[in-house]
Design a protein around this ligand. Sequence first.
Ligand SMILES: [Zn+2]
Length: 240
Amino acid sequence: MLRARDYAEADRVVTLLTRDFGKLNGIAKGVKVSRRRFERKLEPFTQALISFKRRPHGELVFITRAERVEDAPGEFDDLRKIALGSYMLELADALTTEEAEAIAAYQVLTGALATLSRAMPSRALRQGFELHMLQATGFGLDFGHCRLCGKVIEPEAGVVYFVASRGGAVCSGCRAQAVESAVAIRPTSIAALARLNVAPLAESTRLPDGGAEGTLAITRFLMTILDRKLRSADFLNSLM
Ligand SMILES: [Zn+2]
C-alpha cells in the first residue's frame, strides 16, 4: 500500500500499487468497524491480497476484502527504516500512474521493502532502490558511458559530471559542451553507481554507495522528471 487517508466515519481511501492492475485508488468501507476484514492490512508497508469491484462510474474501486500476504514485511520499528521505507513508497507513487502497467515497479518496491526488513537502512540501498525504480518506470540512468561522446567511462578517467537533463554522466572531455548545471562525481562514486544500477537490489546492501554526490545527482534528476518535491526526502536526509 502506498498511502491512505481516513474518509467519513469508518472508511479509508487507499492508493495501492498492485502486481496485476497497476496503481489503484480504492475505498474500503467500514475499515474501522470490520476488524475481521481489514484490521491492519491496509497500512503503509503492508502487502495484501485484495478483492475489489470496479464501480461503473467511480474512479475509486470498491475494496471488499484484504488478506495479508504471509512472509511479507509488515511494519518497521526502527525510525531510519520507517524513513527510508516511507521514501520508497512516496517515490514509487510519484513515478507510477494510474492505468499504466506497473509489474516491474511493483517487483522493485516489494523487493526493496523485503530487503529493508532484513538489513539496516543504508545509502547504498537507497540509491539502489532509486536506480532500479527509475529503470522500472522508464527513466533508467546511464553511468557507464558518456552521454555525449558515448565513450565508456573508465575508472582512471578522473572526475565525471552528472548532467540531470541528459539523464546520465558526461566525461570531462565533453563537459564544456554541456552548459547545464552538473554534479561533479568522483571515479569511485561513479563506479559504485554503475554497479548499483545493474546489481540485483537485494545485493545493494553489501555494495559500496555512490557517496553524497551520488544522492545529489539522483535527487537533481528526480526533480527534473517529477512535478513536486518528495515530502519524505527531508525526513530521510535528516536521519541519514
Ligand atoms: Zn564524452
